[in-house]
Ligand binder design. Structure first.
Ligand SMILES: [Zn+2]
Length: 92
């Protein structure tokens, strides 16, 4: 399953254009898979960084954002990471 790049509508595998807005779908080969992998990597790095920051905010709270902000960021990034992991797995 992929998503339309312009309206974010769900597209079936093999569909070449979006039935919602008519936009041509992402190319089957080319830059998109690697871009997606790069995005997944970026989200993973951000997630672990914010986890580290969360721990750090408990220890040296003077030098970090508030603990609650770190937890919120970690939770958001966890969901992003799970979503992008799923996305990458489906694509492969
Ligand atoms: Zn569309």
């Amino acid at each position: 399953m992929t998503r339309c790049v312009s309206c974010n509508g769900i597209m079936k595998v093999g569909e070449t254009s979006c039935y919602v807005c008519g936009e041509r779908g992402p190319k089957q080969s080319g830059a998109n898979p690697s871009m997606r992998a790069r995005w997944a990597t970026l989200v993973s790095i951000a997630f672990f960084a914010s986890l580290a920051l969360t721990v750090a905010s408990l220890v040296v709270s003077d030098y970090t954002p508030p603990f609650i902000a770190c937890v919120t960021a970690s939770v958001v990034l966890l969901f992003l990471k799970r979503a992008s992991d799923q996305f990458t797995r489906v694509k492969q």
